[in-house]
Design a protein. Structure first.
Length: 219
């Protein structure tokens, strides 16, 4: 199975062509042209279930970060579910404008805000970081840099939640680029305790059997 069996194949071809020619600047163009096949139009059920289950002592104070937040569905989920200040970041100004509009439309009073930012240039630390379709959007040669940056910005005792998706047949094309749960292990290295690693108890119908939720605590 390939990503075109899950997402709109026309949009998949569109985003790959945009990123191939424009790379980082192409993400804003994709949002401007609505070539965003990853935008599910809703929060991710595995994240909501994890928070509501209280199975893990996730932080309820401090700050959370959602890099590559898109329209902010999951950032709102974290802010509402944990009551924690949540910052959604993206390199696309258009995405964040849509995130702000969407957040206002929900009427939420959660402490969530959005910033245009380059993840790889971040310096501040966070008590929780959430990655969904961000890892698979970056070029694979930059994945070790992703791992080093996560080690820098997640505070000792803080949590890194990774919703690994899409777990599909190997491919040399992207985004999204080929991924397996162990790819995160390879670039994060030591200094983490894996506290949860499972097939989600609930997923979007199109995601069933194609994702895994993994939570690590920074030592």
């Amino acid at each position: 199975m390939s990503i075109t069996d899950i997402w709109d194949p026309v949009k998949i071809a569109g985003i790959r062509e945009i990123i191939k020619t424009r790379q980082q600047d192409g993400w804003d163009e994709a949002w401007q042209k609505d070539v965003t096949p990853w935008d599910a139009g809703q929060l991710q059920p595995p994240l909501k279930e994890l928070i509501e289950s209280k199975r893990l002592p996730l932080p309820t104070t401090g700050r959370a970060l959602v890099p590559g937040c898109g329209k902010g569905y999951d950032a709102i989920c974290i802010a509402e579910g944990l009551g924690i200040e949540t910052i959604g970041t993206d390199i696309s100004e258009t995405a964040l404008k849509q995130a702000e509009d969407y957040t206002r439309s929900t009427g939420t009073t959660a402490n969530v805000r959005y910033e245009v930012a380059d993840f790889f240039a971040m310096k501040e630390q966070y008590d929780l970081v959430y990655d969904y379709t961000f890892f698979v959007a970056i070029l694979p040669p930059r994945r070790p840099e992703w791992g080093r940056k996560m080690a820098e910005i997640v505070k000792p005792g803080g949590y890194l939640i990774c919703l690994v998706f899409p777990i599909l047949d190997p491919t040399d094309t992207g985004p999204p680029f080929f991924v397996r749960p162990e790819h995160y292990d390879e670039v994060l290295g030591d200094g983490w305790e894996k506290v949860l690693d499972e097939v989600p108890k609930i997923s979007m119908e199109s995601h069933v059997g194609k994702e895994r939720i993994v939570v690590r605590r920074r030592l």
